[in-house]
Design a protein around this ligand. Structure first.
Ligand SMILES: Cc1cc2nc3c(=O)[nH]c(=O)nc-3n(C[C@H](O)[C@H](O)[C@H](O)COP(=O)(O)OP(=O)(O)OC[C@H]3O[C@@H](n4cnc5c(N)ncnc54)[C@H](O)[C@@H]3O)c2cc1C
Length: 458
């Protein structure tokens, strides 16, 4: 190992090769619940593509496993390094180019969502994909195909990625796509690398679409007496023609938690709160206040037609606080002893049937299951409070089986990593798994790239 460290120090300044006590515990885990942390043998912090290329060539030659780390906010354990492995942290890769004429950003992978937002704002532009944690990096977003609340309008990360530069395990650099929307030239390797959880290549530059920043926002919150009503209202809202920015689902327990934590009073009478089982939060954005107000009225009508107890237009400051509270649900759950979280996706119109079955699973197994979610995308985040590991595994199996029965998938946006590997592999089509292993072999013949994530070697 000391030979490897010496080699690493020929590629990077000594201060960017961390070993022993210099490796802080942050590098040993991500935010997935219930997984064992693992310390890597060394952490390398490159700044340039050339350095990444040399690091990967060295690791490949020495057969050292490499795990790339962005900000470590992932929820699947995909950024947990291998025992004795090298962690390649992108924290020094921070360059941002905003190409105003083409509405494009070209970023190094360690740029965070918050940093890109700051760089784009003065140009009247925005990167529209906003997963709930702004300290996450664009590299991590690409590798997990991150989604978030705005997916109902703008899609997910892959829909905004026009091109990538990536380094293959042997050190070769490939450029896929570019500053253009159209491309019919060869296989689409950009989209193959998106969502590959660091198992194929290290992404060193990302070309992203930006959109004009719309200035007006309007937010409505509607309490419903049943989860079923909420999930029936959702497809109607999406079909209403108003193109909402968010359509979020928040169950009554989570909403009470948001109100308590954020110390806000939304003006909903207690008798309605007592009846409400779930809420739908709709945010509209536009360039024109009057048009927004008209659209919001239509949103209110749709909610009431589908059984909303009432509808509340939230002033800007309250809306921001509720959205912030919704984004922080994971931390609040974690502080309250959350045992696991799943992010199943089903076709949007199946959400009602899915949630009804989830409630039955919760009751049958004595498990508290709380839910928030990107309802407009059929993607629920179910917080599982069940301390017994065996019962919990049974609950997760049932939730994934139900999702699969309804035409859904194990993970909508958090990825498979280690946390969901056994559940995903048990349900995935064997021919597809075999094809993915062959693709992995083609990119990474020595199996050094984030081994043991998504699937195990054959
Ligand atoms: C409070 C909270 C809210 C969240 N909300 C959402 C949400 O709404 N939607 C959502 O989709 N996710 C959400 N997440 C999950 C998380 O933020 C995303 O998965 C994010 O994309 C991870 O980015 P990261 O920089 O932290 O990546 P990391 O956790 O460091 O890594 C994630 C994966 O990306 C790989 N990787 C990182 N950089 C590179 C690179 N340059 N090249 C190749 N592989 C790389 C890693 O190896 C790993 O496999 C949330 C997390 C938290 C804690």
């Amino acid at each position: 190992m000391s030979g490897l460290i010496d080699e690493l120090r020929k590629i990077l300044p000594a201060s960017d090769v961390l070993v022993g006590d210099a490796i802080s515990e942050d590098y040993t885990h991500d935010e997935a619940l219930g997984l064992e942390p693992v310390a890597p043998a060394a952490v390398a912090r490159p700044e340039t593509t050339e350095q990444v290329s040399q690091l990967l060539a060295l690791a490949d030659r020495e057969r050292v496993p490499v795990t790339t780390r962005g900000a470590g906010t992932g929820l699947s354990g995909a950024a947990i390094p291998s025992e004795g492995g090298l962690m390649l942290s992108t924290e020094r890769m921070k360059a941002i180019e905003i190409d105003v004429d083409n509405h494009i950003a070209v970023v190094q992978p360690g740029v965070t969502l918050g940093e890109l937002e700051q760089a784009a704002e003065p140009h009247g532009l925005v990167y529209p994909i906003q997963p709930g944690e702004s300290s996450a990096t664009l590299g991590g977003n690409v590798a997990t195909n991150a989604g978030g609340m705005r997916a109902v309008k703008y899609g997910v990360t892959r829909h905004q990625v026009l091109g990538l530069e990536a380094v293959l395990p042997g050190g070769e650099v490939v450029q896929c796509g570019g500053k253009f929307v159209k491309c019919s030239s060869g296989y689409d390797l950009t989209q193959l690398i998106v969502g590959s959880e660091g198992t194929l290549a290290v992404v060193t530059s990302i070309t992203l679409k930006l959109v004009p920043r719309l200035t007006h926002r309007a937010t409505m919150l509607a309490p419903f007496e049943s989860v079923e009503q909420v999930t029936r209202a959702v497809p109607a809202l999406v079909q209403s023609g108003v193109a909402p920015l968010f359509v979020e689902y928040v169950d009554a327990l989570s909403m009470a938690g948001i109100e308590r934590r954020k110390e806000i009073e939304l003006g909903i009478p207690q008798e309605l709160k007592d009846k409400a089982q779930a809420y739908v939060l709709v945010v509209l954005e536009g360039g024109d206040e009057a048009r927004n107000a008209e659209d919001l009225e239509r949103v209110g009508e749709v909610c009431l037609e589908h059984g909303a107890l009432d509808v509340y237009v939230l002033p800007k400051n309250q809306a921001n606080i509720v959205i912030e509270g919704r984004e922080e649900s994971f931390w609040a759950g974690k502080a309250a002893g959350l045992s696991d979280q799943v992010d199943v996706v089903v076709p949007r119109a199946q959400l009602s049937a899915y949630m009804t079955r989830v409630q039955a699973v919760a009751a049958e197994t004595g498990t508290l299951i709380v839910g928030t979610g990107h309802a407009g995308d059929g993607n629920v985040h179910l917080g599982i409070f069940q301390p017994d590991e065996d019962v919990r595994a049974g609950v997760l199996n049932q939730l994934f089986d139900l999702g699969a029965e309804m035409g859904g998938e194990v993970s909508a946006e958090h990825g498979i990593g280690i946390a969901k590997k056994k559940y995903y592999n048990a349900r995935e089509n064997p021919a597809k798994l075999a094809l993915m292993r062959r693709i992995k072999q083609a990119f990474d013949p020595n199996g050094i790239m984030n081994p043991g994530k998504v699937f195990d070697p054959a």
